[in-house]
Write a protein that binds this ligand. Structure first.
Ligand code: AP5
Length: 209
């Protein structure tokens, strides 16, 4: 199975589809956002520094993210979904030349309208580790505030406030162009209409596997 690189604005459904592919197709999933939030949860000096960057909707430094990523993947025995990495052309080049150079992969771009994203993210609720994702409008938990699968409390992410969401979107809009162009030039860019319901988006991705 080839590796998948998910590119998409905040709230476009990368995490939701990653979870489904992990469960049904055996992919491993690495989300740089989850790795960074786990670092924040440790309450270290580094964690506090990261939190201030993330709560402002900005990007964390490339060096730090790449280091975290490398420490959490083993490509020799598993196919991975890269969720939230790369975020800019530098990260795309590092991934291509240093991490995935010996491996087959495609990049999938999740396209969704901005206003839809704000609605999705303000209504998102997740477990603390980010592994279970709900939506108060489209996929609510059976019991309010509780994960159906693990029984854990559901929380709203600190960066899911509207002003931070808009900043994250603006950062995404400023950096995604060269990343898409890079994958297009390599002939490995696939686009999906991520505005469709979750099952339909999943089927579109399945067609590329
Ligand atoms: P990260 O955690 O990666 O956040 P993001 O990319 O902004 O993406 P999200 O997790 O918000 O959205 P998603 O696309 O996974 O959507 P989801 O499936 O949850 O990054 C957070 C921060 O960390 C960054 O801002 C940055 O500071 C830092 N960071 C991370 N990576 C970095 C990097 N590489 N370099 C530097 N800094 C980095 O879905 C959203 C909601 O919509 C859910 O409620 C879901 O139920 C619902 N939903 C999903 N799909 C559908 C559908 N098809 N129809 C209806 N509802 C849907």
């Amino acid at each position: 199975m080839r590796n998948l690189v998910f590119i998409g604005a905040p709230g476009s459904g990368k995490g939701t589809q990653s979870a489904r592919l992990k469960d049904s197709k055996g992919f491993f999933h690495v989300s740089t956002g989850d790795l960074l939030r786990a670092e924040v949860a440790k309450g270290s000096d580094l964690g506090r520094e990261l939190k201030s960057v993330m709560d402002a909707g900005k990007l964390v430094s490339d060096d730090l993210v790449v280091k975290l990523l490398r420490a959490n993947i083993d490509l020799s025995s598993h196919s991975y979904i890269f969720d939230g990495y790369p975020r800019n052309i530098t990260q795309a080049q590092v991934l291509d030349k240093e991490i995935l150079s010996d491996f087959n992969y495609i990049a999938i771009y999740f396209k969704v309208d901005t206003e839809k994203l704000v609605e999705r993210l303000t209504n998102r609720r997740v477990t603390k580790d980010g592994k279970h994702i709900y939506n108060l409008l489209t996929n609510p938990p059976q019991k309010e505030g509780v994960c159906d699968v693990t029984g854990q409390e559901l929380i709203q992410r600190d960066d899911d406030r509207e002003e931070v969401i808009r900043k994250r979107m603006s950062v995404f809009g400023d950096t995604v162009g060269p990343v898409l162009e890079f994958y297009k030039q390599k002939g490995i860019l696939k686009e999906i209409d991520a505005q469709k319901p979750v099952d339909e988006v999943f089927s579109e991705i399945e067609n590329f596997l």
